[in-house]
Design a protein around this ligand. Sequence first.
Ligand code: PBG
Length: 313
Amino acid sequence: MKIRIGTRGSQLALWQAYYIEQVLREGGLETEIVIIETKGDKILDVSLAKIGSKGVFTEELEDQLRDGSIDIAVHSAKDLQSDLHEDFEVLAFTERETVNDVVVSFDKDFTLEDTSKPLVVGTSSTRRVAMMRRYFPHIQLVEARGNLQTRFKKLADGHCNALLLAFAGVHRMKYDERIVRLLPLAEFTPAVGQGSVAIESAKNLAPEKKEAVRRLCNHAATELCLLAERAFLNRMQGGCSVPVFGLARWENAENIALHGGVISLDGKELIQHQQLNTVTTPLQAAELGVAVAQTVLAAGGAAVLEEIKKAKR
Ligand SMILES: NCc1[nH]cc(CCC(=O)O)c1CC(=O)O
Protein backbone atom coordinates (compact mmCIF):
# COMPACT_ATOMS: atom_id res chain seq x y z
CA MET A 1 0.00 0.00 0.00
CA LYS A 2 1.36 3.39 -1.00
CA ILE A 3 0.61 6.65 0.82
CA ARG A 4 1.09 9.92 -1.02
CA ILE A 5 2.11 12.59 1.50
CA GLY A 6 1.32 16.22 0.69
CA THR A 7 3.37 18.92 2.36
CA ARG A 8 4.42 22.52 2.05
CA GLY A 9 7.94 23.06 0.81
CA SER A 10 9.52 24.90 3.74
CA GLN A 11 12.37 23.14 5.55
CA LEU A 12 10.21 22.72 8.66
CA ALA A 13 7.30 21.32 6.66
CA LEU A 14 9.68 18.92 4.91
CA TRP A 15 11.09 17.80 8.26
CA GLN A 16 7.54 16.92 9.30
CA ALA A 17 6.81 15.11 6.04
CA TYR A 18 10.06 13.07 6.21
CA TYR A 19 9.31 12.23 9.82
CA ILE A 20 5.88 10.86 8.90
CA GLU A 21 7.35 9.15 5.85
CA GLN A 22 9.85 7.34 8.06
CA VAL A 23 7.17 6.18 10.50
CA LEU A 24 5.00 4.90 7.66
CA ARG A 25 7.91 3.09 5.99
CA GLU A 26 8.97 1.46 9.23
CA GLY A 27 5.38 0.27 9.41
CA GLY A 28 5.77 -1.40 6.03
CA LEU A 29 4.03 1.15 3.79
CA GLU A 30 5.33 2.71 0.61
CA THR A 31 5.37 6.49 0.45
CA GLU A 32 5.79 9.39 -1.94
CA ILE A 33 6.19 13.03 -0.97
CA VAL A 34 4.36 15.70 -2.98
CA ILE A 35 5.38 19.32 -2.36
CA ILE A 36 2.58 21.87 -2.65
CA GLU A 37 2.92 25.65 -2.48
CA THR A 38 0.29 27.52 -0.42
CA LYS A 39 -0.83 31.12 -0.28
CA GLY A 40 0.99 31.51 3.04
CA ASP A 41 4.25 30.53 1.37
CA LYS A 42 3.79 32.92 -1.55
CA ILE A 43 2.75 36.07 0.29
CA LEU A 44 5.71 36.95 2.47
CA ASP A 45 5.45 40.73 2.57
CA VAL A 46 2.11 40.92 4.39
CA SER A 47 1.72 40.01 8.07
CA LEU A 48 -0.30 36.90 8.86
CA ALA A 49 -2.61 39.00 11.01
CA LYS A 50 -3.61 40.90 7.86
CA ILE A 51 -3.86 37.99 5.43
CA GLY A 52 -6.16 36.30 7.92
CA SER A 53 -5.23 32.92 9.25
CA LYS A 54 -7.97 30.84 7.78
CA GLY A 55 -6.52 28.16 5.58
CA VAL A 56 -3.59 30.20 4.22
CA PHE A 57 -1.27 27.26 4.78
CA THR A 58 -3.81 24.51 4.14
CA GLU A 59 -6.17 25.36 1.28
CA GLU A 60 -4.04 24.10 -1.60
CA LEU A 61 -3.28 20.90 0.31
CA GLU A 62 -6.98 20.31 0.85
CA ASP A 63 -7.68 20.78 -2.87
CA GLN A 64 -5.34 17.87 -3.57
CA LEU A 65 -6.76 15.73 -0.76
CA ARG A 66 -10.17 16.25 -2.26
CA ASP A 67 -9.21 15.24 -5.80
CA GLY A 68 -7.11 12.31 -4.57
CA SER A 69 -3.73 13.58 -5.84
CA ILE A 70 -2.47 13.05 -2.28
CA ASP A 71 -3.70 10.69 0.45
CA ILE A 72 -2.66 12.69 3.51
CA ALA A 73 -1.53 16.23 4.25
CA VAL A 74 1.05 16.80 6.96
CA HIS A 75 0.78 20.03 8.98
CA SER A 76 2.12 21.59 12.14
CA ALA A 77 -0.96 21.01 14.31
CA LYS A 78 -0.77 24.69 15.22
CA ASP A 79 -1.31 25.73 11.60
CA LEU A 80 -4.34 23.52 11.03
CA GLN A 81 -7.54 25.50 11.54
CA SER A 82 -9.87 24.13 14.22
CA ASP A 83 -12.95 24.22 12.00
CA LEU A 84 -12.07 21.74 9.27
CA HIS A 85 -14.45 21.58 6.31
CA GLU A 86 -16.79 18.60 6.63
CA ASP A 87 -15.00 16.73 3.80
CA PHE A 88 -11.83 16.40 5.89
CA GLU A 89 -10.68 14.90 9.17
CA VAL A 90 -7.56 14.62 11.30
CA LEU A 91 -6.31 11.05 11.23
CA ALA A 92 -3.49 11.46 13.71
CA PHE A 93 -1.64 13.79 16.05
CA THR A 94 1.96 12.82 16.73
CA GLU A 95 3.50 12.84 20.18
CA ARG A 96 4.20 16.36 21.20
CA GLU A 97 7.63 17.98 21.25
CA THR A 98 8.50 20.37 24.11
CA VAL A 99 5.73 22.95 23.78
CA ASN A 100 7.41 26.12 25.04
CA ASP A 101 8.26 29.26 23.14
CA VAL A 102 11.94 30.16 23.20
CA VAL A 103 14.14 33.21 22.80
CA VAL A 104 16.93 32.73 20.28
CA SER A 105 19.89 35.04 19.73
CA PHE A 106 23.45 35.02 18.41
CA ASP A 107 24.39 36.90 21.60
CA LYS A 108 24.74 34.23 24.30
CA ASP A 109 24.31 36.89 27.01
CA PHE A 110 21.09 38.27 25.55
CA THR A 111 18.46 38.74 28.23
CA LEU A 112 14.96 40.18 28.03
CA GLU A 113 15.44 41.80 31.46
CA ASP A 114 18.20 44.14 30.24
CA THR A 115 16.86 47.70 30.36
CA SER A 116 20.25 49.43 29.91
CA LYS A 117 20.05 49.51 26.10
CA PRO A 118 17.35 49.36 23.46
CA LEU A 119 16.53 45.78 22.55
CA VAL A 120 14.69 44.69 19.43
CA VAL A 121 12.95 41.33 19.25
CA GLY A 122 11.47 39.84 16.09
CA THR A 123 8.24 37.88 16.07
CA SER A 124 5.30 37.45 13.76
CA SER A 125 2.70 36.04 16.10
CA THR A 126 0.12 38.39 17.64
CA ARG A 127 0.07 36.15 20.71
CA ARG A 128 3.81 36.55 21.28
CA VAL A 129 3.64 40.29 20.57
CA ALA A 130 0.87 40.75 23.15
CA MET A 131 2.66 38.65 25.77
CA MET A 132 5.92 40.54 25.23
CA ARG A 133 4.10 43.85 25.65
CA ARG A 134 2.67 42.59 28.91
CA TYR A 135 5.77 41.03 30.49
CA PHE A 136 8.61 42.94 28.80
CA PRO A 137 7.15 46.32 27.81
CA HIS A 138 10.59 47.96 27.37
CA ILE A 139 11.40 45.69 24.43
CA GLN A 140 10.85 46.96 20.90
CA LEU A 141 9.13 44.46 18.62
CA VAL A 142 9.58 44.04 14.89
CA GLU A 143 7.80 41.82 12.41
CA ALA A 144 9.80 38.74 11.41
CA ARG A 145 7.83 36.63 8.98
CA GLY A 146 8.90 33.95 6.59
CA ASN A 147 10.25 30.49 7.21
CA LEU A 148 12.66 29.81 10.05
CA GLN A 149 15.74 30.13 7.83
CA THR A 150 14.55 33.57 6.62
CA ARG A 151 13.96 34.68 10.19
CA PHE A 152 17.40 33.52 11.30
CA LYS A 153 18.86 35.41 8.35
CA LYS A 154 17.10 38.55 9.57
CA LEU A 155 18.56 37.94 13.01
CA ALA A 156 22.05 37.40 11.58
CA ASP A 157 21.70 40.59 9.51
CA GLY A 158 21.04 42.62 12.65
CA HIS A 159 17.37 43.24 11.91
CA CYS A 160 16.80 42.40 15.60
CA ASN A 161 18.72 41.23 18.68
CA ALA A 162 16.64 38.11 19.26
CA LEU A 163 13.64 36.16 17.95
CA LEU A 164 10.73 34.54 19.72
CA LEU A 165 9.92 31.13 18.25
CA ALA A 166 8.44 27.77 19.11
CA PHE A 167 11.02 25.38 20.58
CA ALA A 168 9.72 22.61 18.31
CA GLY A 169 10.63 24.40 15.09
CA VAL A 170 13.99 25.64 16.37
CA HIS A 171 14.92 22.14 17.51
CA ARG A 172 13.79 20.45 14.31
CA MET A 173 15.82 22.90 12.25
CA LYS A 174 18.82 22.24 14.53
CA TYR A 175 19.18 25.80 15.82
CA ASP A 176 19.20 24.61 19.48
CA GLU A 177 22.58 26.25 20.08
CA ARG A 178 20.99 29.67 19.61
CA ILE A 179 18.39 29.18 22.33
CA VAL A 180 19.08 31.55 25.21
CA ARG A 181 15.85 30.99 27.13
CA LEU A 182 12.93 28.61 27.39
CA LEU A 183 9.94 30.81 28.21
CA PRO A 184 7.68 29.70 31.08
CA LEU A 185 4.36 28.10 30.16
CA ALA A 186 2.35 30.04 32.73
CA GLU A 187 3.12 33.43 31.12
CA PHE A 188 3.99 32.44 27.56
CA THR A 189 1.31 29.80 27.19
CA PRO A 190 1.74 28.38 23.69
CA ALA A 191 -0.63 28.43 20.75
CA VAL A 192 -3.10 25.58 20.52
CA GLY A 193 -1.41 22.59 18.89
CA GLN A 194 2.15 23.85 19.20
CA GLY A 195 4.73 21.06 18.97
CA SER A 196 2.55 18.33 17.46
CA VAL A 197 2.28 17.24 13.84
CA ALA A 198 -1.23 16.66 12.48
CA ILE A 199 -2.15 14.37 9.62
CA GLU A 200 -5.22 15.36 7.66
CA SER A 201 -7.10 13.31 5.09
CA ALA A 202 -10.27 13.49 3.07
CA LYS A 203 -13.07 11.65 4.85
CA ASN A 204 -13.49 9.47 1.78
CA LEU A 205 -9.89 8.20 1.80
CA ALA A 206 -9.80 4.38 1.61
CA PRO A 207 -10.51 2.98 5.11
CA GLU A 208 -7.46 0.69 5.06
CA LYS A 209 -5.19 3.66 4.37
CA LYS A 210 -6.82 5.71 7.12
CA GLU A 211 -6.52 2.86 9.58
CA ALA A 212 -2.84 2.21 8.80
CA VAL A 213 -1.82 5.88 9.05
CA ARG A 214 -3.68 6.33 12.31
CA ARG A 215 -2.32 3.14 13.85
CA LEU A 216 1.28 4.06 12.98
CA CYS A 217 1.28 7.81 13.66
CA ASN A 218 -1.34 8.71 16.25
CA HIS A 219 -0.27 9.27 19.86
CA ALA A 220 -3.44 8.69 21.88
CA ALA A 221 -2.44 10.76 24.93
CA THR A 222 -1.42 13.74 22.79
CA GLU A 223 -4.57 13.39 20.71
CA LEU A 224 -6.91 13.89 23.67
CA CYS A 225 -4.96 16.99 24.73
CA LEU A 226 -5.09 18.38 21.20
CA LEU A 227 -8.82 17.67 20.91
CA ALA A 228 -9.42 19.64 24.11
CA GLU A 229 -7.27 22.54 22.89
CA ARG A 230 -8.85 22.58 19.45
CA ALA A 231 -12.38 22.53 20.85
CA PHE A 232 -11.34 25.48 23.03
CA LEU A 233 -9.91 27.38 20.05
CA ASN A 234 -12.93 26.58 17.94
CA ARG A 235 -15.32 27.94 20.59
CA MET A 236 -13.10 31.04 20.92
CA GLN A 237 -13.28 31.49 17.13
CA GLY A 238 -9.60 32.25 16.95
CA GLY A 239 -7.11 31.21 14.32
CA CYS A 240 -3.35 31.55 14.67
CA SER A 241 -3.60 35.28 13.90
CA VAL A 242 -5.58 35.97 17.10
CA PRO A 243 -3.78 36.09 20.48
CA VAL A 244 -5.61 33.10 21.90
CA PHE A 245 -3.54 30.50 23.70
CA GLY A 246 -4.27 27.06 25.08
CA LEU A 247 -2.36 24.18 26.57
CA ALA A 248 -3.74 20.85 27.77
CA ARG A 249 -1.60 18.52 29.83
CA TRP A 250 -2.13 15.25 31.64
CA GLU A 251 -2.22 15.91 35.36
CA ASN A 252 -2.31 12.17 36.08
CA ALA A 253 -3.53 9.05 34.27
CA GLU A 254 -7.17 10.19 34.00
CA ASN A 255 -7.23 13.96 34.24
CA ILE A 256 -6.35 16.66 31.75
CA ALA A 257 -5.73 20.24 32.88
CA LEU A 258 -6.56 22.76 30.17
CA HIS A 259 -5.18 26.28 30.52
CA GLY A 260 -6.62 28.66 27.95
CA GLY A 261 -7.17 32.34 27.43
CA VAL A 262 -6.96 35.46 25.31
CA ILE A 263 -4.76 38.54 25.64
CA SER A 264 -5.42 42.01 24.24
CA LEU A 265 -3.02 43.23 21.54
CA ASP A 266 -1.45 45.77 23.92
CA GLY A 267 -0.96 43.05 26.52
CA LYS A 268 -2.97 44.91 29.14
CA GLU A 269 -5.95 42.62 29.38
CA LEU A 270 -5.40 38.95 30.01
CA ILE A 271 -8.37 36.67 30.51
CA GLN A 272 -7.51 33.07 31.30
CA HIS A 273 -8.84 30.02 33.04
CA GLN A 274 -7.64 26.57 34.00
CA GLN A 275 -9.86 23.55 34.48
CA LEU A 276 -9.17 19.93 35.34
CA ASN A 277 -11.49 17.23 34.00
CA THR A 278 -11.48 13.47 33.83
CA VAL A 279 -11.00 12.69 30.14
CA THR A 280 -11.18 9.22 28.65
CA THR A 281 -13.04 9.92 25.40
CA PRO A 282 -12.75 12.44 22.54
CA LEU A 283 -16.16 13.81 23.54
CA GLN A 284 -14.97 14.53 27.08
CA ALA A 285 -11.86 16.22 25.69
CA ALA A 286 -14.00 18.49 23.51
CA GLU A 287 -16.32 19.24 26.42
CA LEU A 288 -13.36 20.39 28.50
CA GLY A 289 -12.28 22.70 25.68
CA VAL A 290 -15.73 24.22 25.31
CA ALA A 291 -16.10 24.65 29.08
CA VAL A 292 -12.82 26.57 29.39
CA ALA A 293 -13.73 28.73 26.38
CA GLN A 294 -17.14 29.55 27.82
CA THR A 295 -15.61 30.58 31.13
CA VAL A 296 -13.00 32.75 29.38
CA LEU A 297 -15.57 34.36 27.07
CA ALA A 298 -17.94 35.13 29.95
CA ALA A 299 -15.12 36.52 32.12
CA GLY A 300 -14.34 39.27 29.59
CA GLY A 301 -12.72 37.25 26.82
CA ALA A 302 -15.59 37.98 24.42
CA ALA A 303 -15.02 41.73 24.83
CA VAL A 304 -11.27 41.35 24.27
CA LEU A 305 -11.90 39.35 21.08
CA GLU A 306 -14.38 41.98 19.89
CA GLU A 307 -11.75 44.71 20.37
CA ILE A 308 -9.20 42.67 18.41
CA LYS A 309 -11.65 42.21 15.52
CA LYS A 310 -12.35 45.93 15.44
CA ALA A 311 -8.65 46.79 15.41
CA LYS A 312 -8.14 44.59 12.35
CA ARG A 313 -10.81 46.25 10.24
N1 PBG B 1 3.29 29.45 12.48
C1 PBG B 1 4.55 28.94 12.03
C2 PBG B 1 4.92 27.70 12.75
N2 PBG B 1 4.16 26.61 12.71
C3 PBG B 1 4.72 25.65 13.50
C4 PBG B 1 5.89 26.18 14.02
C5 PBG B 1 6.83 25.49 14.94
C6 PBG B 1 6.60 24.02 15.14
C7 PBG B 1 5.39 23.69 15.95
O1 PBG B 1 4.99 24.43 16.86
O2 PBG B 1 4.80 22.64 15.68
C8 PBG B 1 6.03 27.47 13.54
C9 PBG B 1 7.13 28.41 13.81
C10 PBG B 1 7.04 29.12 15.14
O3 PBG B 1 5.93 29.37 15.64
O4 PBG B 1 8.08 29.47 15.70
